[in-house]
Design a protein around this ligand. Structure first.
Ligand code: HXC
Length: 257
């Protein structure tokens, strides 16, 4: 598959998607969003892939939705065209997706990173929802996911002022899982992705689904869901292999079944 706005490669069991519109700091236009969706769908369909890493350049993960593409739209274009409604492939993915963020992650770029399951940030990362300065608001989940990630006080601060948050504040606030030196970003992301991909894929996918339930339901329902999934995993060969390997003091060899 040839893409125009992203680069895609496979490294062992890890699929890597690199946003690649350097002339626009990886701003998200319809073409890029479509290609990210296609690349994620291809990795989802590939039984050899256990984890996906989504990244950008050292200067920008993505500086937001493409303002030049959006500027001329009127309400009817946005409403009837259902603008950006399908820019959520990362959030819909069943396999885990890690965002490896260096530089600017602004507007739709910050939202795209938050659609992923975990953000690993370089120490030069800057997060923000500056849409308010353009007379709009976040449009692909920012008001909801940022609030869940960092709480109302800081989400209001970010979304109403449009200010940026550096990597240290982002980690302190719970937006990112880890901060590493810029030079180590891809190593750290790939190491983490390989660790995840070495586990039993059904248990990884179900663990992700169970964590995500925490944002959708009550504690009692979420714990019930967890319990049902927990019991179901005893039907897998990988549960037998994982526990037998522990008892036999050897590394488990999972076969995703
Ligand atoms: C289109 C963009 C862009 C964007 C940068 N560029 N961000 N083009 N859309 N979001 C382009 C610039 O126009 C410029 O192109 C080139 O990238 C380099 O950018 P500079 O501004 O020259 O770089 P710098 O001075 O380093 O400033 C970096 C920056 C700034 C602080 C990130 O570019 C910036 O503020 N960008 C806009 C950020 C933003 O408002 N994002 C939210 C968008 S709304 P030229 O051709 O001039 O060299 C949004 C809504 C999402 O995301 C809703 C869901 C769809």
């Amino acid at each position: 598959m040839t893409y125009q706005t992203i680069q895609v490669e496979t490294n062992g069991k890890v699929g890597v998607i690199r946003l690649n519109r350097p002339q626009a700091l990886n701003a998200l236009n319809s073409e890029l969003a479509g290609e990210v969706g296609e690349a994620i769908a291809a990795f989802e369909a590939d039984a050899g892939i256990g984890c996906i890493v989504l990244t950008g350049s050292e200067k920008a993960f993505a500086a937001g939705a493409d303002i030049k593409e959006m500027a001329g739209k009127d309400y009817m274009d946005a409403f009837f065209g259902n603008f950006a409604a399908d820019w959520n492939a990362a959030a819909r993915a069943r396999k885990p997706v890690i965002a490896a963020v260096a530089g600017f992650a602004l507007g739709g770029g910050c939202e795209l990173a938050m659609q992923c399951d975990m953000i690993i940030a370089a120490d030069n990362a800057k997060f923000g929802q500056p849409e308010i300065k353009l007379g709009i608001i976040p449009g692909i989940g920012g008001t909801q996911r940022l609030t869940r990630a960092i709480g109302k006080a800081k989400a209001m601060d970010m979304i109403l002022t449009g200010r940026m948050m550096d990597a240290t504040e982002a980690e302190r606030s719970g937006l990112v899982a880890r901060v590493v030196p810029l030079a180590d970003l891809m190593n750290e992301a790939m190491k983490t992705a390989n660790t995840i991909a070495s586990m039993s894929l059904p248990s990884v996918m179900l663990a992700k689904e169970a964590v995500n339930r925490a944002f959708e339901t009550t504690l009692a329902e979420g714990v019930l869901f967890e319990s049902r999934v927990f019991h179901s995993l005893f039907a897998t060969a990988d549960q037998k292999e994982g526990m037998t390997a522990f008892v036999e003091k050897r590394a488990a060899k999972f076969e995703n079944k």
